[in-house]
Design a protein around this ligand. Structure first.
Ligand code: HAM
Length: 426
């Protein structure tokens, strides 16, 4: 047993584990820029109040899952927390930097690690990665559909073909209070059947009960009053608009009346992405919704917003379980090796020159024999070995084709051009 290990619920992404994340990040970055989302970066920790206020005190994320951090000296009175999600921090930044004065909508995207102190299991980690996309200043409903379509595009581009989206509307401050009161009355009528946590939440945040994963709650939730049946005229029109726009771009969706999401800031549209057949389990691949009150809640001018976060860890797991081929790590076109074990400088000089010409070339800087250097080059997956030997005096090297096991004399001058022609995809 090693003395030091990564904390429970976290994991090291070794190079082969990291490669599929890098691929998803490339897909996300490409889609974000094509859809007009600009990159933002916000701190990994914030004042705790940003989350308490923004996400809501009576949510799992704030009540049970926040990692509190405080410095060992200095600004002790600051109460910070590691970000459990990005939306609250991005809204804080929107307000802090006066983005209300920018041309609206302000469309922002970000990829990075989030932290939640949850019970670790497959697909549930204490440090995990999300792709976040947020649009401020557009009251919708077209942008709601555009975002959902963007999420579906991401899964398709990632080669995950069996993803479906569940949508719902949870109303706004005009219609939700009456609905929540009706919901509370309904659950109070079944109070004896409620698990401990749900009974406690009934008083503070009845909507949260619809989000409960307790098996004992499933039947009660299924029979509970539905927010989509209690929407005010404006919310009903918005929801109809979202649906019409989804139809217009041929996105199939399922309405899930209990989809309230685990964070308090949502208004109107909510949605979650699942692999088909996995809906209702804990393993959403991603989720999001509209948060028209959040910017004002964090001190800004009232500004509508909508966004989503897709969990990258879960997409990687889903791709693995679907049997998708692992992401190949790029191999060098060539490794520079040498007949003189002591002449590491010669190899370094030639490799540096080839890399300067834009080629992926490694140098064997060991002092082992040529045979060993060639074996290592094959193991690295290199296509060629550039062998430095006596010919170098005349300005030539041996270029060995490691796949064909053949070799020829090449002038050092023309080596870069030759290797560039041989580089796959060049
Ligand atoms: P969320 O539903 O809490 O939403 O998280 C989004 C996704 O992050 C989940 O669907 C899941 O794939 C992934 N995820 C969450 N927790 C974990 C975990 N412990 N381990 C692995 N993956 C996890 C939000 O975070 C909102 N900020 C989304 C949003 C953006 N709403 C509006 N804008």
């Amino acid at each position: 047993m090693p003395t030091y290990r990564a904390p429970r619920g976290t994991r090291d992404l070794l190079p082969a584990d990291r490669a599929p994340f890098a691929r998803l990040e490339r897909i996300a970055r490409d889609l974000a820029s094509r859809y007009g989302y600009r990159e933002i970066e916000v701190p990994i920790f914030e004042q705790g109040a940003v989350f308490e206020h923004g996400i809501g005190e009576v949510t799992d994320v704030v009540e049970k899952e926040l990692f509190r951090v405080s410095p060992s000296r200095g600004e002790e009175r600051e109460r910070w927390a590691l970000r459990p999600e990005a939306t609250a921090g991005i809204c804080r930044a929107y307000v802090e930097h006066g983005m209300q004065t920018w041309p609206q909508p302000v469309k922002l995207a970000m990829t990075g690690p989030m932290f939640r102190y949850d019970r670790p299991q497959a697909g549930r980690y204490r440090q995990f990665w999300q792709w976040n996309v947020e649009a401020f200043g557009d009251p919708g409903p077209a942008v709601d559909a555009e975002l959902i379509e963007l999420g579906m595009q991401f899964y398709r581009a990632a080669s995950l073909d069996d993803v479906e989206v569940l949508v719902n509307s949870i109303g706004d401050p005009a219609c939700r209070p009456a609905y929540v009161a009706e919901l509370a009355a309904y659950f109070r009528g079944h109070e004896a059947a409620l698990p401990e946590l749900e009974r406690r939440r009934l008083a503070a945040n009845p909507l949260r009960l619809l989000d409960s994963k307790e098996p004992a709650m499933a039947a009660l939730i299924a029979a509970a009053p539905k927010s989509i049946d209690r929407l005010c005229g404006a919310c009903a029109a918005h929801f109809a608009g979202v649906r019409a726009h989804l139809d217009a771009v041929s996105i199939a969706y399922r309405i899930e009346p209990a989809l309230v999401r685990g964070l308090d800031y949502y208004t109107r549209t909510t949605f979650e992405f699942y692999r088909r057949g996995a809906a209702g389990q804990q393993q959403a691949l991603g989720g999001g919704g509209r948060y028209d009150g959040l910017v004002a809640l964090l001190g800004g001018k009232p500004t509508p917003g909508i966004g989503f976060a897709l969990g990258l860890d879960r997409v990687v797991l889903a791709l693995e379980s679907a049997g998708t081929a692992p992401v190949e790590e790029a191999a060098p076109i060539a490794v520079v090796v040498g007949a003189d074990p002591a002449d590491t400088a010669g190899r370094l000089v030639v490799a540096t020159r080839l890399r300067g010409a834009g080629l992926a070339v490694h140098a064997d800087l060991s002092q082992r024999k040529l045979g060993r250097q060639l074996e290592a080059a094959v193991k690295e997956g290199a296509h060629y070995a550039v062998i430095l030997g006596d010919e170098l005096a005349a300005g030539d090297v041996q270029l060995r084709d490691l796949d064909a096991a053949s070799q020829k004399l090449v002038p050092l001058e023309s080596l870069a051009a030759l290797l560039r022609r041989k580089t796959p995809g060049a």
